[in-house]
Design a protein around this ligand. Structure first.
Ligand SMILES: [Zn+2]
Length: 188
């Protein structure tokens, strides 16, 4: 199968998000691999996003649960905090690159993860640091932030290559286009 190519940020984001949705559905159904039903879910989602019938938004109930849990353990490595003092505030979009102090942009992280991540793209850092694909929650949060930022700054229809010249709080090269098997997302 030939590699899928993307012209604009919107195309890339919609594809990534449709894959995320497929991964979430497959993992909910207890599947170990993607099958025809999964690919139909992805195709339906991609079409709906592209045609503007669906919007990338907060969709997962478990995301909210995870967010509540994240007060008690590092949002990245998952190590529980022994005391609230061990929790540091991490900005998903770095402050130095225009990330805000809004709750949407904040997670609680341990000192090690926080200082290791620094002002790098969260997704790119995570994969390099942990050598694995992030949870559905972290991925959804990341993609949504990129989407909302792109929407607010009229970047959705910009060609990907032109994004290289901009100082953005994310790196479009890090937006995932290939997702691991649904079994990867079990118990997460
Ligand atoms: Zn950590």
């Amino acid at each position: 199968m030939s590699e899928r190519t993307f012209k604009t940020l919107a195309e890339l984001l919609f594809w990534s998000y449709s894959n995320l949705q497929m991964a979430d559905a497959a993992s909910d159904m207890g599947k170990d691999e993607y099958d025809r039903v999964c690919y139909m879910i992805r195709a339906k989602a991609f079409k709906a996003y592209t045609e503007g019938r669906w919007q990338i938004s907060d969709l997962y109930k478990q995301q909210i649960e995870k967010l509540q849990q994240s007060n008690h353990c590092c949002a990245y490595c998952g190590i529980p905090f022994n005391s609230p003092k061990e929790a540091t505030i991490d900005h998903i979009f770095p402050r130095i690159k225009g990330g805000t102090n809004e709750m949407e942009n904040i997670v609680f992280a341990c000192k090690t993860c926080n200082s290791s991540k620094g002002d790098r793209d969260m997704f790119g850092w995570y994969i390099e640091h942990f050598q694995k694909f992030p949870s559905i929650y972290l991925t959804a949060n990341y993609l949504k932030k990129v989407y909302l930022y792109a929407l607010a700054n009229n970047l959705l229809d910009v060609e990907l290559e032109s994004l290289n010249d901009l100082d953005l709080p994310f790196d479009w090269h890090c937006i995932p286009t290939k997702y691991p098997a649904p079994s990867h997302f079990k118990d997460r």
